[in-house]
Design a protein. Structure first.
Length: 232
């Protein structure tokens, strides 16, 4: 019983550190946030902090993984919804993902600058690998259903998830660069819309889906991202 209590206390304290770090990222930014800021907010010693996280970068990685876990929690019900066709699932998938990201856009925008710094290259690869493990099987499950329904004609539906996730990360890198560019919001939104159109076409071809059958993001969503990046 004592061991269970200790584990619960450890998990709860770790969660408090993550919550404080997330608030600091949203208010002063990750680069300006120091471990000391977290210690001061929680009245914690440096030794206690390192009991939970080996470094500031390790803390950032867990923050991102926690958000990925939340995304998976929201997306799994779509994959397992027996009432939806495969194309409807992909449509709902993108809508849900966009909605979740929009809710977090202030945090994500503040994260972009440091996330794409050279010093985070290894971490980006780790998170990408984690996303492949989580998201690729979900995409593949829907693709297999789509082929069975006759709506998709992918030759290897069991493996298209890996391609889709890698495509998503590649165009995500381009979108991030467009968001970080020193341009007016309208110009950013226009460039992002073109990028989305190109990668939507690529994903439809990978899946063997009819042209125009998928909508990854609409103009209003892209403008919301452009506006918050200009304001941040």
């Amino acid at each position: 019983m004592a061991r269970v209590v200790k584990e619960q206390e450890y998990t709860a304290r770790r969660g408090e550190i993550l919550d404080v770090a997330e608030r600091l990222v949203e208010t002063i930014g990750y680069e300006r946030m120091s471990i000391q800021d977290i210690l001061d907010a929680l009245q914690m010693s440096k030794g206690a902090f390192y009991h939970y996280f080996g470094s500031k970068h390790a803390l950032l990685e867990v923050l991102v993984e926690r958000r990925l876990a939340e995304a998976e929690r929201r997306l799994l019900p779509i994959v397992h919804d027996a009432e939806l066709t495969a194309l409807a699932k992909f449509e709902r998938f993108f809508q849900t993902s966009n909605s979740w990201k929009l809710e977090q856009r202030s945090f994500l925008i503040k994260l972009l600058g440091v996330w794409y710094a050279d010093s985070n290259a290894i971490m980006r690869q780790k998170v990408r690998a984690a996303a492949l493990k989580v998201l690729a099987p979900l995409f593949a499950t829907i693709a297999v259903q789509g082929v069975a329904e006759g709506a998709l004609n992918a030759a290897y539906p069991e493996h298209v998830g890996m391609v889709m996730v890698n495509l998503a990360y590649d165009f995500g890198d381009i979108l991030a660069a467009q968001l970080l560019a020193h341009e007016p919001a309208a110009a950013k939104a226009h460039n992002m819309e073109q990028t989305i159109a190109v990668y939507t076409d690529a994903i439809e071809r990978v899946l063997g889906a009819p042209s125009g059958s998928l909508a990854i993001a609409d103009a209003a969503t892209l403008r919301a991202w452009a506006d918050v990046s200009e304001g941040g």
